[in-house]
Design a protein around this ligand. Structure first.
Ligand SMILES: Nc1ncnc2c1ncn2[C@@H]1O[C@H](COP(=O)(O)OP(=O)(O)OP(=O)(O)O)[C@@H](O)[C@H]1O
Length: 600
């Protein structure tokens, strides 16, 4: 029962991703199996035609008689050559069907792989940010690569399992038609075998689940270890990480080993089982039932093939169960990610022209830990420059995440040009934003592509080259880029490892300036820069005043002297607001003491 439920369940899952055309595989499978069973059954009239004393019609089973009638109708009943020719035609037909089936399965599988990877990637792209931060990159990579590949190969195991089921049934059905006593025995044996293997299947599936989740764990450790390679190597922390990785690899390989043992057990059983059963059956047929030789011979041939198919059916099922964990993981992941897609409205925003304002906005990552932002009320008029300052952990970056709508306030609202954030079409808002975040984002590609994000080829597009260079100049990056071996065509390495921290930051700023956003967010954007570069970029940003809205988060207060308004944040609240000069000289203001601490 469990087995049938499992098959139906997987069938549903495959259908969800492949669609109805999957059934064509089954039609082709049935046709192939029928052709094969029929081809073998044709040996019976062949044997009879070769015997001088051919079976008298009253000894014949109904099937034999029908076959005889067919051959008579075709005019080849008594011709060995005729029957041989017919067998050849049936097997050629079977070969063609098998080829069509295999080819079509290949086509479906490649589609399945493409669809799975593409859909999952799309779903990941639109997942809610809060869901993302609760997960781990290693997990996503494991699902989209390893698990999806296993899911894909499970379909071929599933198809081969079904092929074996249909083949087994067809062999047994033909055998049944020839001699029913024999077939009853065969079916009895089949049922016993199935019972024996059921327990093995449950065991193998459990192993497969463990193996899939262990792979996620290992991926997580590997990604973390490799991403932090430099830190780990230079502080010799590899030992700690290594023990975790080694332990995870040990568990993973242990599961694989046990799966293999179960596989070896089934394939080793195959041959002895078949031979024993055939020997037993011949004895029973000949001694007890005293049946004629030709039908026994053909029925045994069918039975032998049927047994082989039955055992392959078990291995096919086991292979499917080997990958069951992956099928379930990918299917669950789809549901989970789809459930956590980022909600959005339909109002398409025009370019920002009035303001961004918070009304009593409160946000917490975890309700039990209390709000990270409390009762925020402020308005940033379009085309002004504002700065948020405050100690680490005060909530400045979280506030920016609300502005970009990556996070949503649980209470109160955020209005963009008067439209509540939950009503806006996110792409229409985010395409207006340039964001230099604390974590520098650099792609492993050329400098030019890092700035224009593959907008074109600067070697061919003069206007584009000019725009890229202009952005680089304003980010004070042009001269270091010119000094690189291939200039703008230099590749920067994974996450920009071939650049210095300050160079990476300038490259990042250049990209956001190239975009010409309506809202530019700079979160500690110049923290890795020397004073001179910082001042230079400061001038570029000051030059943007009035052209776009600029939101700056800075610890170095010297960099925000020219902003229109400063907000001082403390423990998730805005505690002071005013112009730099106003706050700087306000008696006992927090800002004043902050400035004095930095001895400006
Ligand atoms: N993903 C998260 N899950 C839970 N809490 C978080 C998460 N990110 C930030 N926090 C918490 O929210 C608070 C505000 O963090 P936030 O990064 O907004 O501060 P910040 O003012 O930008 O600090 P910094 O100047 O150090 O960047 C901190 O107490 C932090 O622990």
């Amino acid at each position: 029962m469990r087995t049938i439920q499992d098959i139906v369940r997987y069938l549903r899952i495959y259908r969800r991703y492949i669609g109805r055309r999957m059934y064509l595989v089954f039609v082709l499978t049935v046709a192939t199996a029928l052709a094969q069973g029929f081809g073998i059954t044709l040996l019976l009239p062949l044997l009879q035609a070769s015997q001088t004393t051919s079976g008298s019609p009253e000894n014949m089973s109904t099937a034999e008689r029908l076959l005889q009638d067919l051959l008579q109708w075709m005019g080849i009943a008594d011709s060995m050559t005729g029957i041989l020719g017919f067998i050849a035609v049936v097997f050629i037909g079977k070969g063609l069907l098998q080829f069509a089936n295999g080819g079509y399965q290949g086509y479906l599988q490649s589609r399945l792989l493409r669809e799975l990877k593409r859909k999952l990637f799309d779903a990941y792209q639109r997942m809610d940010y809060r869901y993302y931060i609760e997960r781990n990159t290693g997990h996503f990579i494991n699902v989209i690569n390893q698990q999806v590949n296993l899911f894909f190969s499970s379909f071929s195991s599933f198809a081969s399992f079904l092929t074996q089921v249909v083949t087994t049934i067809s062999y047994f059905a033909f055998a049944f038609a020839i001699t029913w006593k024999f077939s009853l025995m065969a079916i009895g044996v089949g049922l016993i075998l199935f019972g024996l293997f059921r327990r093995l299947n449950v065991y193998v599936r459990e192993l497969s689940r463990k193996r899939s989740s262990e792979m996620s764990q290992l991926n997580k450790l590997l990604v973390q270890g490799l991403q932090s390679f430099k830190y780990i190597a230079s502080t010799n922390q590899g030992g700690h990480l290594r023990s975790g990785v080694t332990e995870s690899i040990r568990r993973l390989t242990h599961y694989i080993f046990r799966q293999r043992i179960a596989g070896a057990f089934t394939s080793a059983l195959k041959e002895p089982f078949s031979v024993l059963l055939i020997v037993g059956l011949i004895a029973i047929q000949v001694t007890v039932f005293e049946a004629p030789v030709a039908p026994i011979f053909v029925a045994l041939l069918l039975f032998h093939r049927g047994m082989q198919a039955l055992i392959s059916m078990q291995s096919g099922f086991q292979a499917m169960m080997d990958r069951a964990g992956a099928v379930e993981m990918v299917d669950d992941e789809f549901k989970e990610v789809q459930h956590h897609q980022e909600p959005q409205g339909e109002h398409r925003l025009a370019p920002l022209e009035s303001s961004i304002s918070f009304e009593n906005a409160t946000f917490s990552y975890d309700e039990s830990e209390g709000p990270v932002l409390r009762d925020i009320n402020l308005t940033i008029p379009a085309n002004t420059t504002v700065a948020f300052v405050g100690e680490s952990g005060a909530g400045k970056s979280t506030l920016v995440d609300l502005v970009t709508c990556m996070l949503k306030p649980q209470e109160g609202k955020l209005l963009i040009d008067g439209t509540p954030s939950n009503e806006i079409d996110l792409a229409s808002w985010r395409s207006q934003i340039g964001y230099v975040s604390q974590e520098t984002v650099v792609f492993d590609d050329t400098i030019a592509n890092n700035i224009c994000l593959w907008a074109g080829d600067i070697e061919e597009d003069e206007a584009l080259r000019e725009r890229v260079q202009d952005a680089a100049r304003r980010a004070h990056a042009d001269h270091f880029i010119q000094d690189l071996p291939d200039g703008y065509q230099t590749t920067v390495g994974d996450r920009g490892v071939r650049l210095s921290g300050g160079q990476r930051q300038r490259l990042f700023i250049a990209r956001e300036l190239f975009k010409q956003p309506n809202l530019l967010i700079l979160d500690e954007a110049t923290s890795a820069l020397d004073t001179e570069s910082e001042r230079y970029i400061q001038d570029s940003i000051d030059a943007l005043k009035g052209e776009m809205t600029v939101l700056i988060i800075a610890h170095r207060l010297s960099t925000i002297k020219n902003v229109d308004r400063v907000y001082v944040m403390e423990e998730g609240q805005v505690v002071e607001a005013g112009s730099y000069e106003d706050l700087r000289y306000r008696d006992e203001s927090r800002f004043r003491s902050m400035v004095e601490m930095q001895s400006l």
